[in-house]
Design a protein around this ligand. Structure first.
Ligand code: BES
Ligand code: ZN
Ligand code: ZN
Length: 454
């Protein structure tokens, strides 16, 4: 965590100033390691802009070999208040957080930063942001973890270890317990591998006795495609197919660490999608916890199968008041929005408005997708209640609507982060190569928006 500056000797001083002609450029200051970072005019100043500016500045410092630095927020605090300090520290920390290496040899020397400047409420804002940043980094680490070191059971262990340390109530269901609940869609995918599936449930109770918001995250620890095997060139990122799971875990950790007065339950169906002698194959018809039957059109459309049961579990067993599912679900969303923007759809205007307000606060980019009745027809099946593939394209929308068919009458949002969860090269300055931690801050803000007044 970035501490408050108390006169330590540092190699670098990065001062952030607004209302300059030059937007977000670095200019040398009066010493060899004193730089002034121009962040643009004060009427256009946003926390997101500052996250990017701080990230760019510390990456530059790092490239030039700097090991210690102070971020001077003083000129910006009168303009944006404590949010300026929070955004600068978050941008800097995220920019420096890299995927852990398994290479042998001497580890890199760490970089230490401090924040200079003061205003009312700064300590509290820095505390909250530090917890959020930590959760984003934990989510990134989990997604970066190779699949051979993160089976569903190992993911359950890692998630519950961090959650229990924050007083979150944890339950991990194995395949036998899932069988008792009738989670056939989840188990069908889950039995494609030697490593058995797990349903991970994390219950954070910061609110009163109201029913929880349930965050359902796709936890496919590796997605080979199953019998509809992916091409070798599409297999590089398959370990990252649990980024939805990491996002809901990170959000719940941050809510608990910050004692946000709200009830939230993370529901994480975790499986490997592989090939075994008894794996499911295209043409199979399977059941689900809801009772609905599903025709399997493609074994690589596994995410919606496990999420369907995750959503039914959230309604039946966790009494969800509202449901969000989040997943690296379709290649189609990457074609539409690229690596900077996630797509979402919803069955409820009020909930959707709350989500929009949440991503405006977090600074992450999302864009809504339509849910016209014609799209529902595309996932009809001649021999079952639903098909897990579309008969007529529109891959992202139809995948979402498939999951929505299990949401019953609950306000529900589906988020597809297949494009934003992973970057081979950073699209925003505060990203580093690999997992981005997509979704953590927006889900946190969404749940915080439902917090009780205290
Ligand atoms: N996990 C993938 C989606 C994905 C693609 C994530 C690219 C990240 C990057 C998902 O399970 C999948 O394979 N979806 C298929 C669905 C199709 C077979 C209907 C897809 O999008 O191609
Ligand atoms: Zn797949
Ligand atoms: Zn997948």
């Amino acid at each position: 965590m970035i501490q408050r500056y108390q006169g330590q000797q540092t190699q670098w001083r990065l001062s952030f100033v607004s209302d300059s002609e030059k937007a977000m450029t670095l200019t040398p200051g009066d010493g060899p390691c004193a730089w002034t970072v121009h962040v643009g005019s004060s009427d256009e100043l946003t926390p997101e802009r500052l996250r990017r500016a701080a990230a760019k500045a510390v990456k530059t410092m790092k490239e030039l070999g700097g090991k210690t630095g102070v971020l001077d927020a003083a000129p910006l605090l009168p303009i944006l208040g404590p949010a300026a300090g929070a955004a600068l520290t978050q941008g800097a920390e995220l920019a420096l957080h890299e995927a852990p290496s398994f290479a042998t040899g001497t580890p890199k020397e760490p970089i230490t930063l401090w924040l200079d400047g003061d205003c009312d409420g700064l300590d509290q804002a820095l505390q909250e942001t530090a917890q959020l940043t930590r959760s984003i980094c934990l989510a990134r680490d989990l997604v970066n973890c190779p699949a051979n070191k993160l089976t569903p059971a190992l993911m359950a262990e890692e998630m519950t270890r961090e959650a229990e340390a924050l007083g979150i109530q944890c339950q991990v269901l194995d395949e036998h317990q899932a069988r008792t609940l009738g989670m056939e869609a989840f188990l069908t995918v889950g039995s494609s591998a030697l490593h058995p599936p797990r349903l991970i449930v994390l219950r954070y109770r910061g609110g009163g006795d109201e029913d929880p918001i349930c965050l359902v995250g796709k936890g496919v620890t590796c997605d080979t495609g199953g019998y509809c095997l992916k091409a070798a060139s599409s297999m590089k990122g398959i370990k990252g197919d649990m980024a939805g799971a990491a996002a809901v875990w990170g959000a719940v950790l941050a809510l608990a660490a910050n004692h946000v007065p709200v009830n939230v339950t993370a529901v994480i169906p975790s499986v490997e999608n592989r090939i075994s002698p008894d794996s499911y194959i295209p043409g199979d018809v399977i059941g689900s916890m809801s009772g609905k039957t599903i025709e399997v059109g493609n074994t690589d459309a596994e995410g919606r199968l496990i999420l369907a049961d995750g959503v039914t579990y959230a309604i039946r067993e966790e009494h969800a008041a509202r449901i969000v599912d989040i997943a690296t679900l379709t290649g189609a969303v990457v074609g539409m929005f690229g690596f900077t923007t996630a797509g979402y759809l919803s069955n409820n205007e009020g909930f959707s408005d709350a989500f929009q307000a949440a991503y405006h606060r977090s600074g992450e980019q999302y864009w809504p997708l339509p849910t016209f009745p014609e799209y529902r027809k595309m996932i009809e099946s001649p021999l079952a209640d639903l098909s897990n593939t579309s008969s007529d394209g529109c891959g992202t929308i139809t995948a979402g609507l498939f999951i929505g068919a299990f949401a019953e009458d609950k306000p529900w949002i589906h988020i597809d982060i297949a494009g934003t969860a992973w970057v081979d090269s950073p699209r925003f300055e505060y990203q580093t190569k690999g997992a981005t931690g997509a979704g953590v801050t927006t889900l946190y803000e969404l749940c915080k928006g439902y917090a009780q007044e205290v």
